[in-house]
Write a protein that binds this ligand. Structure first.
Ligand code: AHR
Length: 620
């Protein structure tokens, strides 16, 4: 193969723009069992017996008991259904199969709670293997009586080997009838938050240093119908007052992960919320006409903003305090809807305008984001108002990102609106919405990561007006039936988790970024590089993608640099395109960091085949 002479020139004389401090963030919604069976640490599946109207799905009989759903004498008007357990013998009861098992880890305290009534004597709670031969943890609680009683208990494992081969059982001391409702079991959570988040998944997220979190969707915000939208008021307060709702990805959401939990999640990551408000359009085509019909939804959004940002002297700020968080949260961006270019009614311009005017009137400092970007036909875009930002979504083949990234944002108006790339991900060949994609692993290979990295260089080179960007979807439960969409960034089962090569590509970009943009050009090949500088220290972060099968020898010219520290740090993520990570081999494709010497204002470096590289230089 012909050797190419490539020169990467970095103009260090002046910054061409400021890097948005929120450039790197995360996007989330309930998809692929992201919360229930994912980040939300609840272990009991169908805890409120509302997942199926006819059968107590995910519950089974223990010791010959008869199980049935019962709507007589509910706990309250939200927990409308309970599980009736007819125990014909001592030791009979009910078992839950969890989200594809339970995480059993040594010396762990899991906290159980449930509502119960009946006359079966003391109750025994057990975490045991599916075949019943191994007891991992067990405890006994006193008998309950006629009326509903909330029971709490702790299950402590001993020095057991980690496994997901487990079920959770509640069994009776003597024959009789037992009713159960809102059965819950939590392992230790991140920051020990009650009703909190899985620790391993939080660690993976915190390691990315995200600036913001876009929530609650995505399609999850819109719902299939207006009635099944993300109706935030039904997601706050004690769990027994949250009814849950069907999510558009084919299963029911418990709403244990409600509005406040999203905000606490942001707080735990030191990230800002970017709030999507329901804007009167749902996926199956229902929409609300702008004007008086839309007004209740506009009010709902204003109240939601008040819940997040209002002082405790406001109605919804006081509610937030009552829910446990007196301090208001920071909020700068509100997005009106999601992918409203799918709305064929032509109502988005009017709906957007009504939300925009109401939000700006009450919260003039908030930036209002339109969900229709430049990559959509002009006829779909908002014209009656100037949105502060446009949300653009890119699900593309890796090869297409590689082809397009050298110039993609060059035609954009740097003066605005800002661009928010609110969803993006490279796939290897098969688009996420095509049925054959179901046969592929949930998380993508290095081939996709190369496309992702190419696109990140484009976004980062324009990080003054591409103010925010986030990969989607973030999570996938890799068990059969757990996935509705691929590729996804982070895979997990009940016990373990891992990042795709794309996760490590994102980490390489998001954790090493300056506050200034430097002009970078590449002679001899299309530009798949970006350079930022930390103004305080003069540190340069050079990111370079070589998507090809041959090494690329590049001369790096630091134009205008008076001096450069002779030693630099190089972080490389390199692997053949088909290589990937998996639960069995979670670290096959991860980045490696080394030191290189002899760095001068002009130096050479050879980028390996199929590689994503960060060179950190210190200039003066
Ligand atoms: O990320 C998966 C889905 O893709 C999102 O819910 C939706 O906004 C987009 O079409």
């Amino acid at each position: 193969m012909k050797k190419q002479n490539l020169t990467l020139t970095i103009d260090t004389t002046k910054a061409t723009g400021k890097v948005s401090p929120l450039h790197y963030g995360l996007m989330t919604e309930e998809i692929n069992y992201s919360y229930d069976g994912g980040l939300y640490a609840e272990l009991i599946r169908n805890r409120a017996f509302l997942d199926d109207a006819k059968n107590p799905v995910h519950w089974s009989s223990v010791g010959g008991a008869t199980l049935a759903l019962d709507t007589a004498l509910p706990v309250n008007n939200v927990l409308t259904t309970s599980l009736r357990v007819e125990a014909t013998a001592a030791g009979a009861g009910a078992a839950n199969d969890g989200y594809w098992g339970f995480p059993i880890t040594p010396n762990t305290n899991d906290k159980a709670s449930f509502f119960a009534r009946g006359s079966v004597g003391a109750l025994t709670l057990t975490l045991q293997s599916r075949d019943g031969k191994t007891i991992y943890a067990q405890t006994r609680v006193s008998a309950v009586g006629e009326g509903w009683k909330k029971v709490t208990a702790t299950l402590k494992t001993g020095n057991v080997a980690p496994t997901t081969d487990a079920i959770f059982t509640i069994t009776a001391e003597k024959p009789g009838t037992l009713w159960l409702s809102l059965v819950s079991l939590f392992p230790p959570t991140w920051n020990n938050r009650p009703n909190g988040f899985r620790r391993d998944l939080m660690q993976l997220l915190v390691d990315l240093k995200p600036g913001f979190l876009r929530f609650p969707g995505g399609n999850y915000l819109e719902g299939n119908t207006i009635a099944t939208r993300f109706d935030w008021k039904k997601t706050i307060g004690p769990l027994e007052t949250r009814p849950g709702h069907p999510c558009p990805w084919g299963y029911r959401s418990s709403d244990g992960m409600g509005l406040l939990e999203f905000l606490l999640w942001c707080e735990d990551m030191d990230a800002e919320p970017v709030l999507g408000v329901y804007a009167g359009y749902s996926l199956r085509g229902e929409f609300v006409k702008p004007g008086p019909d839309l007004e209740p939804y506009v009010q709902e959004a204003l109240e939601e903003i008040e819940y997040i940002t209002g002082s405790t002297s406001t109605k919804w700020g006081a509610q937030r305090a009552k829910d446990g968080h007196p301090k208001p949260f920071k909020l700068q961006y509100v997005e009106v809807g999601n992918e409203d270019f799918f709305d064929r009614s032509g109502s988005y311009d009017g709906r957007f305008a009504q939300f925009y005017d109401a939000i700006k009137a009450k919260y003039p400092n908030l930036k209002v984001v339109s969900t229709v970007g430049n990559e959509q036909p002009a006829s779909k875009r908002v014209k009656s108002r100037k949105p502060d930002a446009l949300d653009e979504h890119y699900y593309r083949k890796a090869a297409d990102f590689i082809r397009d990234s050298p110039t993609h944002f060059d035609r954009y108006d740097r003066k605005g609106p800002e661009i928010f790339v609110g969803e993006w991900a490279a796939h290897e060949e098969i688009a996420p919405w095509l049925p054959p994609s179901r046969n592929l692993p949930a998380t993508p290979s290095m081939k996709a990561a190369l496309g992702d990295a190419a696109f990140m260089t484009a976004m980062e080179r324009h990080a003054d007006f591409v103010t925010m960007q986030c990969y989607a979807p973030l999570f996938v439960n890799i068990n059969p039936g757990g996935r509705q969409w691929r590729p996804d960034l982070i895979g997990y089962d009940a016990l373990r988790s891992y990042g795709a090569p794309s996760y490590y590509a994102l980490k390489l970009f998001s954790t090493s970024v300056g506050d200034e943009l430097l002009k970078v050009s590449l002679a001899g090949a299309p530009l798949l590089a970006s350079v930022t500088r930390q103004s305080k220290t003069g540190k340069l972060f050079v990111k370079y993608v070589n998507p090809g099968e041959t090494p690329q020898a590049v001369t790096l010219q630091l134009a205008g640099a008076k001096s450069v520290k002779p030693e630099a740090t190089v972080t490389t993520l390199a692997a053949p395109p088909d290589e990937t990570n998996s639960m069995e081999n979670p670290s096959k494709v991860i980045s490696k960091t080394t030191k290189i010497g002899n760095i001068k204002p002009e130096f050479s470096y050879t980028f390996p085949p199929y590689s994503i590289t960060l060179i950190t230089l210190e200039t003066r």
